[in-house]
Design a binder for this molecule. Structure first.
Ligand code: HEC
Ligand code: HEC
Length: 336
């Protein structure tokens, strides 16, 4: 009778084979990731949902859909109409405008490094990039359409059917639309500003003395307690004292908890020089005026975060702080 081999008896050769096979798979999947999206120096890897792994085919379809006007009811605007690559995926407006010039209640946020966000919308109440896609499609003041109807439109275009089959093995449907667009959005990585060249690429000449002073002030005056880390955001949803009384109640609109009134997500400051105007409602026109807000310490209200309590800056300090914020612009990012 033949003896059943215990795992210990696996010959040495096949063990080595197994190990090299595992190593090969690990390395090729690593390569795949790096090939698809280059993670800049100093940036961590980002997390991709298990049920929507990144592929070239999804990114290609997602990019086309991001610029596709057919997703809006009257086929007049696309995601890119508001998230314009030229302005780091914003629109330069105080408040966004949807189809038929309908005004949205909020300012368009940048999509810079959106792959690293863990919550979406200005008040952080949406949990995933995939789920976020449906919001503007359904919103009356944005596309005023429906994802099922959008999928029907795409199904009639051979080009989209082919791209969808290549990426998902399925004809266009809601999952295809949201997973493809989310995949494209994850490629919007910006990590080659002069700040990055100085900090992560170790080019000691990349920042001027004034910008370096500005960086020092940014740390000293605790901007960094909220706008922290490689992406200049700790991801918190807080009240930065923009108003005494808020018309847009922020996170409270979902939680109904008065403590959340006026709480908004700490935005990234990357490319901030080209994403004016600022704050959830676009009410602050310039970076200088944003600094004035922090010098004043904002307006008192019961929910104002303790870290916002006024700072002392000379006119020179203010200019240097603005100069620092401007060096977060990544000119290679805005050409897409
Ligand atoms: C009419 C202008 C407009 C259009 C069109 C539009 N957006 Fe937006 N987008 C906004 C505004 C305004 C917000 C902030 C909304 C809020 O906080 O309630 C936003 C928020 C987002 C966010 C969350 C960003 C963050 O920091 O949390 C993502 C992601 C996004 N949009 C992607 C898209 C995609 C994908 C499309 C196309 C399917 C799209 N948007 C279409 C204006 C627009
Ligand atoms: C307590 C946390 C906190 C601190 C400290 C803080 N911020 Fe902010 N910052 C926020 C929040 C929250 C917003 C968004 C508010 C909104 O959307 O209405 C914001 C918005 C901004 C914006 C506008 C970005 C945009 O895209 O609209 C800039 C610029 C900015 N902060 C710079 C700074 C500077 C400079 C400092 C230090 C002087 C600082 N912040 C300190 C929380 C903070």
């Amino acid at each position: 009778m033949e003896k059943i081999k215990s795992p210990k008896n696996i010959p040495l050769l096949s063990k080595t084979l197994l190990i090299s096979l595992a190593l090969f798979i690990a390395l090729t999947s690593l390569n795949l990731k790096v090939n698809l999206i280059e993670i800049p120096f100093g940036f961590p890897e980002f997390i991709v949902p298990k049920d929507n792994p990144l592929t070239e085919a999804k990114i290609e379809l997602g990019k086309k859909l991001f610029f596709e006007k057919l997703l809006s009811r009257d086929s007049s605007i696309s995601c890119a109409s508001c998230h314009n690559p030229k302005y780091a995926f914003t629109d330069g407006l105080v408040k966004a405008k949807g189809i038929k010039d309908r005004e949205v209640t909020r300012n368009t946020p940048t999509l810079t490094n959106i792959a690293y966000n863990t919550s979406f919308l200005r008040d952080g109440v949406n949990p995933s990039l995939e789920a976020q896609v449906i919001v503007p499609i359904h919103e009356k003041n944005e596309f005023d359409f429906h994802i099922l109807l959008a999928a029907e439109r795409l199904k009639k275009k051979k080009e989209y059917v082919d791209l969808s089959l290549a990426a998902f093995g399925e004809v266009p449907n809601p999952k295809v639309i949201s997973n493809a667009i989310a995949s494209y959005e994850r490629t919007l990585i910006s990590g080659n500003s002069r700040y990055d060249q100085f900090t992560f690429q170790k080019d000691s000449t990349a920042l001027s003395n004034n910008e370096l002073r500005g960086m020092h002030l940014f740390n000293k005056h605790n901007c960094v307690s909220c706008h922290s880390g490689f992406n200049f955001s700790n991801g918190e949803v807080v009240n930065n004292g923009l108003y005494k009384d808020y018309t847009d109640i922020g996170k409270m609109r979902v939680t109904l908890d008065p403590k959340d009134k006026g709480s908004f997500k700490v935005p990234t400051l990357r490319n901030v020089a080209i994403t004016a105007p600022y704050m959830h409602d676009g009410s602050i026109k310039s970076l200088e005026a944003v600094i004035d807000h922090y010098i004043r310490g904002g307006y008192d209200n019961p929910n104002k975060d303790k870290r916002i309590n006024g700072i002392k800056l000379s006119e020179n300090d203010k200019q240097d702080l603005v100069a620092f914020l401007k060096c977060l612009t990544d000119s290679s990012f805005i050409v897409r």
